[in-house]
Design a protein around this ligand. Structure first.
Ligand SMILES: [Zn+2]
Length: 176
């Protein structure tokens, strides 16, 4: 889907990029029709900061683009914000780590997501994990060694990390 811009890993960095070089977010071509005539079309704002520290940075601006060809709009997110989920990928990795038998990375400043959310993310990973693994192994052959589910995701968490893995997958398929 190419919705995620890899390499922007904190909300502070995202806000700085929007101030200093917003062109980083401009898609090369329209995700709907492929035409390369996109102009920035303001922002939309969303909640993204679930950290315990105050003040929070919400609402966070997200650059929006308008296509001169099909007249639809699109937007792009930094790696640190997950599409359609309030909690970041790094928090999701944190709470899913025990499920795959990995030690949590220890970024405990994000509060605790509800058990219901964690259960939903876990089902999502179980349901789509094979598809994700297929694409990730094609791009990162070294991941091919871990064959069973939990072993594979332990390796992803400790090497790429879930945020970067999702940014890569977003190049090929729709995430989450
Ligand atoms: Zn278009």
């Amino acid at each position: 889907m190419r919705r995620i811009v890899a390499g922007i890993t904190t909300l502070e960095e995202h806000l700085e990029t929007i101030r200093q070089k917003p062109e980083v977010y401009r898609p090369l071509s329209c995700p709907h029709c492929g035409i390369k005539q996109l102009r920035q079309h303001g922002y939309y704002y969303r909640k993204a900061d679930r950290r315990a520290q105050r003040p929070r940075l919400d609402p966070v601006p997200i650059c929006r683009y308008h296509c001169a060809g099909c007249r639809r709009t699109c937007s792009r997110l930094p790696e640190c914000i997950a599409p359609r989920r309030w909690y970041s990928w790094s928090v999701q990795q944190e709470v899913l780590s025990p499920r795959v038998g990995a030690a949590p990375a220890g970024c405990g400043e994000h509060g605790q997501p509800a058990a219901r959310s964690i259960g939903r993310w876990w089902r999502w990973l179980r349901d789509r994990g094979a598809l994700f693994a297929f694409h990730l192994r094609a791009r990162f052959p070294e991941l091919g060694r871990a064959s069973e589910f939990c072993g594979f995701w332990r390796q992803v968490f400790s090497s790429l990390g879930l945020p970067r893995a999702m940014a890569w997958l977003d190049q090929e398929i729709s995430v989450p």
